[in-house]
Design a protein around this ligand. Structure first.
Ligand code: ATP
Ligand code: MG
Length: 356
């Protein structure tokens, strides 16, 4: 089986500590996304799995075998890069089969694998074209084809769709996922696009500054973020965070400083405790200003995409975003009421940022 097991992995670039105590088990055949902000170590971790980077401590196993010092060619992994890294002077077929020719595989086998990959990827008619004669999406497919022909245990993808336009990205997401299901190899997919990660992966790993902040099924991360960082990173638009203080009753909190609006927490929290109240834009419901219940806010800006409306508003002195399906009309400066089911509130400690 093609599982990947990473234990206490650390990586330094000179004095810079790029990966810190990474522990990760990727089951055989699963599709795992590595996400996090720029510079958090996603590519470094992927390149470490590929054997393109040495690490400074820990153990990496692929299919049960320790890979720590194995060169890339002995790891049976194939990598697809953001830049595609195609050879400009070779046609599609030669680009795809380069690694097989390097390994001196029999000619018939090379032809057979190239044909099969081209067929899978819809490249059959383009086999004799050079990369410059292809569209971005077609080049991306050739880069995929080059990985497929090797029939690897593990596919490693480093932001393979980031050079494509929005529509093509969405289409390729589905194609890569279907391909993964068909081939049954283990896939590790780096992206900074959390929607891509959420829609494609079985399992998502969130990295920040070289550490794993949280790992789990996509909806677990959305429903139960372990800390403020993950809560803000997963979900679009991002979760709103409002500072508040738990009231004497221990079940409500007072938002902001001067404003003093109360919010029902729906649970017991230590009275007097300072907290951050997290509210997802899609969980806030807009009610008319005349409504007696809910939180009082002021409209600052409305943006509509046609199917969705995003409202920027001010609540207890803080800017917040509200999203709602469909359309709405409201003018800048108009008061509105916002309601949220206490079950949808997420509470965080302002100092440690951990979920409460
Ligand atoms: N060869 C290197 N020498 C020194 N530092 C490096 C080297 N390669 C990467 N780094 C540093 O290690 C950190 C992680 O880099 P990495 O490329 O893994 O980030 P990333 O998460 O892939 O970011 P991005 O989303 O921008 O691609 C960064 O701070 C980067 O500057
Ligand atoms: Mg990167």
């Amino acid at each position: 089986m093609n599982q990947i097991e990473i234990d206490d992995l650390n990586k330094h670039y000179g004095a810079y500590h790029a990966l810190r105590d990474i522990n990760l088990k990727i089951p055989a055949g699963s599709f795992v996304a590595l996400i996090g902000p720029s510079g958090c170590g996603k590519s470094t971790l992927l390149r470490t799995i590929a054997g393109l980077e040495k690490f400074t401590g820990g153990t990496l196993r692929i299919a049960g075998e320790v890979m720590n010092t194995r060169p890339p060619r002995e790891r049976d992994v194939a990598m697809v890069f953001q830049s595609y890294a195609l050879y400009p002077h070779m046609d599609v077929e030669r680009n795809m089969t380069y690694s097989l020719r390097l390994k001196r595989r029999p000619r018939e086998e090379i032809l057979e694998r190239a044909k099969s990959a081209a067929n899978t990827l819809g490249l059959t008619a383009l086999l004799s074209r050079k990369p410059r004669e292809l569209s971005g999406g077609q080049r991306q497919r050739v880069a995929m084809g080059r990985a497929i022909v090797r029939n690897p245990k593990v596919f490693l993808f480093d932001e393979p769709l980031s050079n494509l336009d929005a529509e093509l990205r969405v289409r390729m997401r589905g194609e890569i996922r279907r391909l993964h299901e068909r081939l049954g190899a283990t896939s590790v997919y780096v992206t900074h696009d959390q929607i891509e990660a959420m829609t494609m992966a079985d399992y998502v790993v969130v990295l920040r500054a070289g550490r794993i902040e949280q790992q789990g099924a996509p909806l677990d991360l959305y429903d139960r973020p372990a800390n403020r960082f993950v809560a803000g990173f997963i979900g679009s638009p991002s979760m709103n965070f409002l500072p508040a203080r738990v009231a004497e009753d221990g079940r409500t909190a007072i938002l902001g400083e001067a404003d003093g609006q109360r919010i029902d927490l729906g649970r017991e929290v230590e009275p007097g405790r300072e907290i951050l109240v997290g509210m997802r834009p899609e969980h806030l419901q807009i009610r008319p200003a005349s409504d007696a219940t809910g939180l009082q806010a002021t409209v600052e800006l409305l943006e509509s995409t046609g199917s969705m409306t995003f409202m920027e508003a001010r609540l207890a002195g803080a800017p917040i975003t509200v999203s709602q399906a469909g359309r709405m009309a409201a003018a800048r400066g108009e008061p509105v009421r916002l309601q949220i089911d206490p079950e949808n509130l997420r509470l965080f400690d302002p100092a440690t940022e951990a979920a409460i």
